[in-house]
Ligand binder design. Structure first.
Ligand SMILES: CC(C)(COP(=O)(O)OP(=O)(O)OC[C@H]1O[C@@H](n2cnc3c(N)ncnc32)[C@H](O)[C@@H]1OP(=O)(O)O)[C@@H](O)C(=O)NCCC(=O)NCCS
Length: 196
């Protein structure tokens, strides 16, 4: 497999949306907010994210030229919308999510509230196509993020809803800072201290 990590470009919107929807459709937060097996709702969710929200550093992993992974990170304090903007986001860009909007609003309001005040580069989302997982693509994307943290001398921060992912992030020197349920889903908040 020829693996290339390159900057995300909007010309890859649809392939990236499809890949992320497949990667996240069984994640507990997505099931709780969007429903089980809701691949189309997940596609909508990620299209809204890619077009409006993931405006920091974004990369794709291309395996033999096909999008098999995506990663986004953004420097605080603009990594998440201010809590006061969430109601208007719910009424506008999130509106296509229909009945899922109230749960998505609680989800993101909670993450905004818990976002650390200390400067950090906030990771998320990172996802790899189900059929390409376990082959080092996630690690290759993480290496690009860790390189950025080192260059900037800044801390890393992320949220995750899978215990297995906690182990994945520990490999990159993240530690669990906090654990709290969101929309009925256990969620881990992880931090990687700044270093040069
Ligand atoms: C989490 C995710 C990005 C990992 O990507 P991946 O390409 O499968 O991971 P890699 O193959 O690069 O694995 C790197 C290392 O982490 C380990 N690892 C990966 N997933 C793991 C898990 N669930 N539990 C324990 N270890 C794990 C691998 O064994 C590997 O270890 P090694 O270096 O000792 O061989 C991918 O599983 C994914 O997209 N999951 C669905 C969406 C998701 O949950 N995204 C994260 C949201 S916070």
């Amino acid at each position: 497999m020829a693996l290339v990590i390159e900057k995300y470009d909007a010309s890859r919107l649809e392939s990236t949306v499809s890949m992320l929807a497949a990667a996240f459709v069984t994640n507990p937060l997505h099931v709780s907010a969007l429903g089980p097996h809701q691949i189309e709702q997940n596609r909508l969710f990620f299209r809204i994210g890619l077009e409006n929200m993931f405006t920091g550093h974004a990369f794709v992993a291309l395996a033999d030229g096909e999008v098999r992974g995506y990663m986004h990170f953004y420097a605080s304090p603009y990594c998440l919308p201010p809590p006061e903007q969430i109601p208007s986001a719910a009424a506008t860009m999130l509106k296509p999510l229909g009945a899922a909007v109230p749960r998505v609003v609680v989800w993101f309001s909670t993450w905004c509230r818990l976002d650390p005040k200390e400067p950090h580069a906030h990771l998320g989302p990172i996802g790899v196509s189900p059929e390409a997982q376990g082959q080092g693509i996630g690690a290759a994307l993480m290496d690009r993020y860790i390189e950025h943290l080192g260059q900037e001398g800044i801390a890393g921060y992320l949220e995750t809803d899978r215990p297995g992912n906690v182990e994945f992030y520990k490999k990159f020197d993240f530690v669990v800072q906090n654990e709290q349920e969101v929309i009925g889903v256990p969620t881990w908040y992880m931090w990687r201290p700044a270093r040069q």
